[in-house]
Design a protein around this ligand. Structure first.
Ligand code: FE2
Length: 218
């Protein structure tokens, strides 16, 4: 068995003496984060400023308009093993629901201090963190999309595209894209794992949200 395969199985708790699979390991596994559609506004032209503070753009004095939030979490495999060095891209609309993307011709204005894109690398524990503003809802065709962040995550052997939603958003119940991704009728029940989990507030009052990402194998 090569080293990579041994390491992956070892992290997943699947190696036992003699090299067989532990029968109970999968029973304890976490549910992988649900894949969702990439949507029309993935930043094909990625901005130069892609650091973990989306509320400021390098070389500019201003700050993004909107409610500042800190989002953090861990990238893990199904058994909770960290995925160190996982690569995370996050993109989103600004606080009034407009993407800095050439295909978004919606009426709400761009924010010159917000380009809505981060590229991060998870640390040795699979942890990541960024500071941004809560996105605005936006119109998609004749209906509204609830507030969400888009993620693209590359682990060692898995790639996941998903979206994080905001609990209590009144537009959740009419978001057709979300319903499609959940394979359920519009306005159905929502699995808790699609939401950023409240982690309280920082000393400076910034709201903290947790969003762990579970890959199938890491
Ligand atoms: Fe979107």
């Amino acid at each position: 068995m090569d080293i990579t395969r041994r390491r992956l199985l070892g992290q997943a708790g699947l190696l036992v003496a003699g090299g067989g699979l532990a029968g109970s390991a999968l029973a304890q596994s976490r549910r992988p984060t649900r894949p969702m559609q990439i949507g029309p506004f993935y930043p094909v032209q990625q901005p130069a400023d892609s650091d973990a503070d989306l509320t400021r753009i390098a070389g500019r004095d201003g700050r993004a308009i909107g409610k500042i939030i800190e989002v953090s979490g861990r990238v893990m495999g199904r058994n909770g093993q960290p995925v160190p060095g996982a690569r995370i891209e996050m993109w989103q609309a600004n606080s009034v629901g407009r993407y800095a993307h050439k295909s978004d011709d919606a009426a709400p204005p761009l924010d010159p201090n917000f380009d809505g894109f981060a590229r991060l690398v998870a640390d040795k524990d699979g942890a990541y963190r960024f500071l941004t503003v809560e996105p605005g809802a936006y119109k998609a065709g004749s209906t509204w999309r609830a507030k969400h962040l888009h993620y693209l995550v590359d682990g060692d052997i898995n790639r996941l595209i998903t979206q994080m939603y905001f609990a209590g958003d009144p537009l959740l119940g009419q978001d057709r894209t979300l319903a499609q991704d959940l394979n359920q009728p519009v306005g159905g029940q929502f699995p808790p794992a699609i939401f950023g989990q409240s982690l309280g507030k920082r000393a400076d009052g910034v709201e903290r949200l947790g969003f762990d990402i579970i890959l199938i194998d890491g």
